[in-house]
Design a protein around this ligand. Sequence first.
Ligand code: ZN
Ligand code: FE
Length: 259
Amino acid sequence: MIQIDALPAFNDNYIWLLQDNASKRCAVVDPGDAAPVQAWLQRNPEWQLSDILITHHHADHTGGVEQLKRQTGATVYGPANEKIPARDVALSDNDHLTVLGLAFVVHAVPGHTLGHIAFYHDDPRQPLLFSGDTLFAAGCGRLFEGTPEQMHHSLGRLGALPDSTLVYCAHEYTLSNLRFAVAVEPENPDVTGRFEEVTRLREQNRITLPSNLALERRTNPFLRVSIDAVKQKADERTGTDNASPAAVFAALRAWKDKF
Ligand code: ZN
Ligand code: FE
């Protein structure tokens, strides 16, 4: 059994900490800052950091890698197509890796950055997805390097994973994402209900993650670009007929950038 906890970093990042209680080994995903991980290891001195997983090159995901690697000798996995500090294993689409006994397959998901990868643990009992800054709870990452078409395709891949897949993304953006989702689909009770629930959680300063793919398909506008009501809203915004789902996606993403 692997336990997964969030180590908060900076304003709104989460460093995911995977713990294998049997071996007392642990792994982290996207340690943008070494300090929260070091503090946890200090509080839990019997534990060994064995693996570091990186989704993309941005500093808020990689800033702690070199220090943690130096201190612990952990193996660093990261995307082959990006410059990742201290990377030991360069990963490309469909590559397989095993971390703490969990088998992961790599999904290349360009858009936020061109080399961005996601880590998927394909276990029918409990599938897990570490989606970095690609699929957020009720949202998606900004397009810093890729095109809307690339991101739409990437989200299509992640959006096709099983309903029960737990989604561990790298930021606490859920509330602001849902504010936008309500603007896109004011009549969708799943969206308004989730907005109210997440509002309550954030009022108590509680985490809104992990999400799951069934919930994302019901409430994340960027996974709902084929829904009539979503296309209609996109068309209203652009004053044009967004004839393809990719065009609807592009219109939503551009709208969200200024929302
Ligand atoms: Zn990023
Ligand atoms: Fe980020």
